[in-house]
Design a protein around this ligand. Structure first.
Ligand code: NAI
Length: 320
């Protein structure tokens, strides 16, 4: 049996922790010894209004169980820095940041206003940026940090009526992938999760028998695992729901390397080789890849040079 993963004296900041997923994270970290900053603006699902009650109730619950927590009511996109300052002022450091706060303004793209687009991107993506930016110098100087960005299947795959939300959510993945690289030498790990869980965000869109399976507590174990000091995983995306935990990764097709002759680079050559370009099966010279960084491309460039002349870009230029 492995040892229980303790968060004793770790300082954990969770945005949007007054309800839904953020609340269950807050209770779980506190139960394992963390000092928790419970941030929540306390607004509606669409992001209007504010209320300190949501965060206060979670802090009370933690304290009643003997845990340590403090409330913060700032808006992530307006005063992300203030949230991190609360952690530093109250507890002296910040070890774990869960970028979780979010709103929805679902509407088809044809009808979406610029304000509906911008407000959703602001809360999710700019909020994630502001918190990460404020936590970054602390994590760098203490040579320890764990960040979780909350993405969504809607961001990874797109979803009708959620152009604003999808853009923000995939933006958080990109932000996380770069922070993972810049944070590596400071022992700062950054990962993204795409959860599906029962909360006010999903209770009116999914049928009751599905919602029953989607307890938010099923999202907690992976988040705690990824943010533990002993976990080395970074630069990764995970999908989780209803007790399923899996990883999502990029895949590059084996593709087609074209002859270096400039005459080769025509739209007709692309048409001619479309099947090869989009082929996900390995070929003798080019294999499918699961790239993690820009330099993974070097391999392809090297291979293009190595290709025997008679195999290069088997594009039938003359027949185009
Ligand atoms: P929720 O609505 O219960 O929780 C979001 C919390 O964020 C709320 O308590 C809200 O008051 C707070 N919040 C909103 N704007 C804020 C701001 N500007 N500053 C501070 N706090 C703010 O929803 P849920 O489901 O718990 O969502 C948590 C995260 O998980 C969100 O980022 C959401 O987009 C994401 N997510 C949830 C999924 C689900 O199936 N529930 C699916 C995919 C992603």
């Amino acid at each position: 049996m492995s040892e229980k993963l303790s968060f004793k004296d770790r300082v954990v900041v969770i945005t949007g922790a007054g309800g839904g997923l953020g609340k269950v994270y807050a209770l779980a970290y506190a139960a394992r010894g963390a000092k928790v900053v419970v941030n929540d603006l306390g607004g509606t699902l669409g992001g209007s209004g504010h209320n300190s009650r949501a965060a206060d109730l979670v802090v009370d619950e933690i304290k009643k169980s003997g845990g340590v927590a403090v409330a913060n009511y700032d808006s992530v996109n307006e005063n992300g820095e203030g949230i991190i300052q609360t952690a530093v002022k109250e507890f002296g450091r910040v070890d774990v940041l869960i970028n979780n706060a979010g709103i929805l303004r679902d509407v088809s793209f044809a009808k979406m206003t610029e304000s509906e687009f911008a407000s959703v991107v602001d809360v999710h993506l700019t909020g994630g940026y502001k918190l990460s930016k404020a936590a970054w110098p602390h994590m760098r100087s203490q040579k320890f940090g764990r960040i979780i960005n909350t993405a969504s299947p809607a961001g990874l795959f797109g979803n009708f009526g959620q152009a604003n939300y999808s853009a923000a959510k995939l933006g958080l993945v990109g932000l996380g992938e770069t922070l993972a690289k810049e944070g590596a030498k400071y022992n700062i790990n950054v990962n993204s999760i795409a959860p599906l869980a029962r909360s006010r965000m999903t209770e009116n869109v999914l049928p009751p028998h599905i919602l029953k399976q989607l307890g938010p507590e099923k999202i907690v174990p992976l988040v705690l695992y990824l943010t533990h000091e002993s976990t080395k995983v970074s630069n990764s995306i995970f999908e989780l729901a209803a007790g399923f935990y899996g990883q999502i990764r990029w895949e590059r097709s084996s593709g087609q390397i074209f002859n270096p002759d400039p005459k080769t680079y025509t739209p007709e050559a692309i048409l001619n080789k479309w099947e090869e370009i989009t082929d996900f099966k390995d070929k003798p010279f080019n294999k499918t890849q699961h790239p993690f960084q820009l330099s993974d491309y070097n391999d392809l460039i090297t291979k293009a040079k190595e290709l025997p002349k008679n195999d290069q870009g088997s594009v039938k230029i003359n027949s185009l």
